[in-house]
Design a protein around this ligand. Sequence first.
Ligand code: GSH
Length: 215
Amino acid sequence: MADYLLYDYWRSSAAFRVRLALAWKGLTWDRVAIDLRHGSQSEAEYLARNPQGLVPLLVNGDQAISQSLAIIEYLEELHPAPPLLPASPAARAAVRSAAMIVACDVHPVNNLRILRYLRDPLGHDQGQIDAWARHWIEAGLTALEQFSCRYGGNLLWGDSVTLADLCLLPQLYNARRVGTDLAPFPRLAAIEAHLLPASFVRAAHPDYHPDRSVA
Ligand SMILES: N[C@@H](CCC(=O)N[C@@H](CS)C(=O)NCC(=O)O)C(=O)O
């Protein structure tokens, strides 16, 4: 029996963060696929579990936890080794602030439901919608590139895998989907290249996800 049950969508970047955390900690998970393109997140059965109608949702016995950062912090508390946060309060705050650049300031304005709203009812075309997404992604990546200059090594926080890297990888994956030029972010690209061969990343990455062929 797996350690956890994850309501998941292969291309969801928030679910990708949680898969990375599970895999990093050597945990196993069963999946329930919630196909966002087909609206499964808005079906009554799923809304009964997660009234917000978003993935991911992690289930542990009778506990169901939404919000990727809350889920990852929960996993960190239950399974502290290997860690995803450094030891000192100041370092932990710095790593969380990098993670929140993505999770609180970039991703929320580029989520599927936001992009759909820009199209209908607001009437923007796909080119305008992609430009919107790129604009906010570039703003966030610019801040993260500076963070990596200050604190980074092979990874965003020195050479240690942290919550910040778990947010960065999915955001870079999303950035490419909307045609973001990543040339201005060489340190972030190097961090991604450093992480991509790692087995925990492959276990979590959309490119290797069992549902990948589902549109
Ligand atoms: N802040 C939430 C965001 C969750 C979220 O927006 N998930 C997206 C996929 S990445 C989703 O379910 N979108 C469905 C929709 O927009 O209808 C988290 O970190 O878990």
